[in-house]
Design a protein. Structure first.
Length: 318
């Protein structure tokens, strides 16, 4: 999902969780101290020409934020919240491993740094006064401001020799939440370069799955939703019904569920990263599908007309 709202879970909180065979404990969670106030990164177009997540290659740093808002909160003294955070780390690890495997199929080497239990400075905690779940005009601005004032992005990139950075807000939604996860991906003219995955950790009684994390991460690199019409990319219902459903029905940008059973999977990802996805994230500059269906060219092509709208929202197929 772009401005992405993905499978049953929408998230407007920056957070990174970890998984291990042992149950999570508050002692294993190291929350970083706020960074010194930073100057605005709005002028860093030369540093991040396509946002902080450029091309899915090299090392990608995922910075998680335990986000609380007027309707959701974290309390790591509670066993339930400890386990939720542990699950996030586990699912995120599966997603990162799957993406690394996919990259090698296309001749790229992609690694992720995300585990805050083994790496310092990754996990942050923030309280936001705006609603992070029901999308509103203040959401992105509030999070961008938080990042700019509390996360020393360039220092962390230097420390971990990172090529890309993704901010992942972990929003501790209740199981009765029905809003799916989403992503604020880059667009031309964006006020800040920070690309944000809003992960809504519970939705319709289920946790967000590893495929949902991978889906949202792919959005930050330019992947587009394939389950709903999107005039910005010239994706029509005709294209979805006559091509996607017939040729790429297991595409992770079309569905995050098991193709055969329709169920969420929590120990693996059985979906596919298709040549169309590879094209939109910059792994190839050729796509017969884009040409045949007159879809919008990838943002990674030299001279490509980049998205100029900040109103794009998308969700994973429920």
């Amino acid at each position: 999902m772009k401005k992405n709202f993905l499978l049953p879970l929408l998230a407007v909180v920056l957070l990174v969780t970890a998984c291990s065979s042992a149950s999570a404990s508050s002692a294993s969670v190291r929350i970083s101290d706020p960074a010194p106030a930073l100057s605005s990164a709005a002028s860093s177009a030369t540093t991040f020409p396509l946002g902080t997540a450029d091309t899915l290659n090299g090392t990608t740093l995922i910075l998680p934020v335990l986000a609380s808002d007027p309707n959701t909160s974290w309390n790591l003294q509670r066993i339930q919240d400890q386990q939720t955070l542990e699950d996030v780390r586990n699912y995120l690890g599966i997603a990162c491993s799957w993406l690394s495997t996919q990259s090698r199929k296309w001749g790229y080497q992609t690694d992720f740094i995300y585990d805050w239990t083994s790496q310092s400075g990754l996990l942050h905690k923030g309280t936001f006064h705006t609603d992070l779940v029901n999308y509103n005009d203040n959401m992105d601005a509030s999070v961008w401001s938080y990042i700019d004032q509390n996360v020393d992005t360039e220092a962390l990139m230097q420390k971990y020799h990172a090529d890309n950075v993704i901010y992942m807000l972990l929003v501790n939604t209740d199981s009765d939440n029905n809003v799916t996860s989403c992503t604020r991906n880059w667009y031309a003219g964006m006020e800040y370069p920070y690309e944000i995955c809003y992960m809504y950790l519970h939705c319709d009684g289920y946790e967000e799955s590893p495929a949902a994390y991978a889906h949202e991460i792919l959005h930050t690199f330019g992947a587009v939703d394939l389950y709903t019409a999107d005039p910005e990319f010239h994706i029509t219902d005709h294209f979805i019904n006559d091509y996607v459903k017939k040729e790429d029905a297991n595409d992770i940008m079309y569905t995050c569920y098991n193709e055969a059973t329709g169920d969420s999977e929590y120990n693996l990802i059985s979906n596919e990263l298709t040549p169309l996805d590879a094209y939109y994230i910059g792994w190839t500059d050729v796509s017969d599908v884009v040409s045949a269906w007159h879809l919008t060219p990838s943002e990674h092509l030299p001279g490509s007309a980049a998205l100029s709208s900040d109103t794009e929202t998308s969700q994973a197929e429920p």
